[in-house]
Design a protein around this ligand. Structure first.
Ligand code: KG4
Length: 333
C-alpha cells in the first residue's frame, strides 16, 4: 500500500511516501531560521509558513518517490497533539486532498508516530516494548502493546526535556533550537562540576519534572554574575545534560522493570542527544534489555513516522471522518 504522510504539528512541514513500512521519500522544510530570532516557536508565524510550504513539500515528496498522486492509496496526516494553527494547515490540506482525489484519509496521533518511528528501521522491536519519547513538546514513557495500542506510564508535569534544553540554551545565549548547541557545549564540559537537582518525584513514579532544573541553572548563572565569578558554559551544559539524562534513563529502566518488559525504544527530537542514546544503551545492556533507537532523521518531527502510524491506524479503524478536527493534547493512554 502506498501512503502519503503529512506532518505539520509544530514548526516543521514534512511529507513522505511509504510503501507500507518502506520509506520512498521523506521531505522536510524547517522553520528554525524564522523562529531562532525569537528564541522559540511563534505559533502564528509557524502556521503561515506551513501554508507556504505544504504544497511544494507534498509535490516534492511525490516526485522523489517517483509516484503520482493517483498512485497513493492512503493519506495520513497529524491530527494532534501540537499547535492548533499548525495542525490545521496539514490536517485540512489532507482532508481536502482526500476529498478531491477520492483517496482514503486517516488522522494520526503525533505521539503514535514517535512511538512507531523505530519500525522505520530494518530491525524492528518486538511487542510489547517501553518507548521513551522526548521532544520539545513532550517527555513521556509509553508501553507499546501493538502498532495501535499504547498506554502512557509517565509524562512530564511541567516542561518537556527538549523545552528545558531550549530554555537553558536561551538563558546561556546559545542559538535556537538549543538542544544540539547545549549538547555540543557539553562535550567540552565536566558533567560533575555543578550538582544540579534531579526531580525523582514520588517513590516509583514514572513522571518527569524539568522546570526546577531549568530554574536551578538560572539561579546558578545569576549567583555567578552577582559574585562576579566567570560562567563556564561547557560545565553548565554538561552538568545540566547529565541531570536530564540520569532521570530519563533511570525512569525508563524502572518502567521496563515494573512492567517486566525486555525491550526499550527511544523517539522524539531529544533522542538525537548522544549522551542520552549512549547511557540508555549501556543501562539496557547492564539490565539485559534490548535497546532500539531510530535513525537521527526519524528522531525529530517527520512525515515518514506519520505515514507508518497512519497505515496501522487505518488497518484497525478505517477512515477518519471528514468532520473530525485537530486536538492540542494527545489522545493516547
Ligand atoms: O521532536 P522534535 O523535532 O519536535 C517537537 O518538539 O515536537 O524535537 C525538537 C526538540 C527541541 O527541543 C530540540 O532542542 C531538541 O529536540 N533536540 C535536542 C537535540 N537535538 C534536538 N535536545 C538535546 N540534544 C540534542 N542533540
Amino acid at each position: 500500500m502506498l501512503i502519503l504522510g503529512i506532518e505539520s504539528s509544530c514548526d516543521d512541514t514534512s511529507a513522505a511516501v511509504l510503501n507500507k513500512d518502506v520509506v520512498l521519500s521523506n521531505v522536510l522544510s524547517s522553520q528554525d531560521e524564522i523562529h531562532s530570532k525569537f528564541g522559540g516557536v511563534v505559533p502564528e508565524l509557524a502556521s503561515r509558513q506551513h501554508l507556504q510550504a505544504i504544497n511544494p513539500i507534498v509535490n516534492s515528496a511525490l516526485k522523489k518517490a517517483g509516484v503520482q498522486l493517483s498512485d497513493i492509496e492512503l493519506i495520513a496526516a497529524t491530527q494532534g497533539p501540537g499547535l492548533i494553527g499548525s495542525l490545521l494547515v496539514g490536517f485540512s490540506y489532507s482532508k481536502a486532498l482526500s476529498h478531491v482525489s477520492k483517496i482514503p484519509f486517516v488522522g494520526v496521533d503525533h505521539m503514535a508516530g514517535h512511538i512507531l518511528s523505530i519500525h522505520l528501521n530494518e530491525k524492528k522491536p518486538p511487542f510489547p516494548y517501553i518507548a521513551l519519547i522526548v521532544s520539545g513538546g513532550t517527555s513521556s514513557i509509553y508501553l507499546a502493546k501493538s502498532h495501535t495500542e499504547f498506554s502512557c506510564l509517565g509524562r512530564t508535569r511541567d516542561d518537556a526535556a527538549g523545552e528545558a534544553f531550549d530554555k537553558v540554551a536561551k538563558l546561556l545565549g546559545l542559538p535556537y533550537p538549543g538542544g544540539p548547541h547545549v549538547s555540543k557545549q557539553a562535550e567540552e564540559g565536566n558533567p560533575r562540576q555543578i550538582k544540579f537537582p534531579r526531580a525523582w518525584l514520588e517513590e516509583n513514579s514514572l513522571d518527569f519534572s524539568f522546570s526546577g532544573l531549568k530554574t536551578a541553572v538560572l539561579n546558578y548563572v545569576n549567583t555567578c554574575k552577582a559574585k562576579k565569578i566567570a560562567v563556564h558554559i561547557p560545565d553548565i551544559c554538561a552538568s545540566f545534560e547529565a541531570a536530564v539524562v540520569e532521570v530519563l534513563v533511570t525512569k525508563t529502566i524502572r518502567a521496563a522493570k515494573q512492567h517486566n518488559i525486555q525491550t526499550i525504544a527511544l523517539g522524539g527530537g531529544v533522542s538525537a542527544n548522544t549522551s542520552l542514546r549512549t547511557q540508555l544503551k549501556h543501562s539496557c545492556f547492564d539490565n539485559k534489555i534490548d535497546f532500539f533507537s531510530p535513525q537521527i532523521k526519524f528522531c525529530t518531527d517527520n512525515a515518514a513516522m506519520i505515514a507508518l502510524a497512519g497505515y496501522y491506524t487505518y488497518l484497525k479503524s478505517g477512515m477518519t471522518g471528514i468532520d473530525k478536527d485537530v486536538y492540542s493534547r494527545s489522545h493516547l493512554g
